[in-house]
Ligand binder design. Structure first.
Ligand SMILES: [Zn+2]
Length: 95
């Protein structure tokens, strides 16, 4: 739901979540009940890059709903000590 900003002539600005179909140009102020007009504000567009925005969103999501770990999980399995990547054959080896 979008967030709309309103300004009460007696108090201060406040914001309301409202479905787009039900947004009103004037609502009662939650503090004094006076008529408050809707403000025209810039849409909330992310100024961060998409990866930074994903990180911010992910951090906020994990803060609100932390992932619950039920088991310690498996340690990474060690292979037999060799690698299948042929490029690793060229790496220097200890004597
Ligand atoms: Zn007010």
């Amino acid at each position: 739901m979008p967030l709309y900003a309103y300004r009460c002539s007696h108090c201060s600005d406040f914001e309301l979540h409202s479905p787009m179909q039900q947004v009103r140009d004037e609502v009662p102020c939650p503090d004094c009940g006076g008529a408050s007009k809707r403000l025209i504000t810039a849409p909330y567009l992310s100024r961060a890059s998409s990866s930074a925005y994903k990180l911010i969103e992910g951090t906020a999501r994990t803060a609100a709903e932390p992932a619950v770990v039920t088991s310690p999980g498996a340690w990474p399995r060690r292979s037999s000590g060799t690698t299948s990547n042929p490029l690793h054959q060229k790496l220097p080896r200890p004597d």
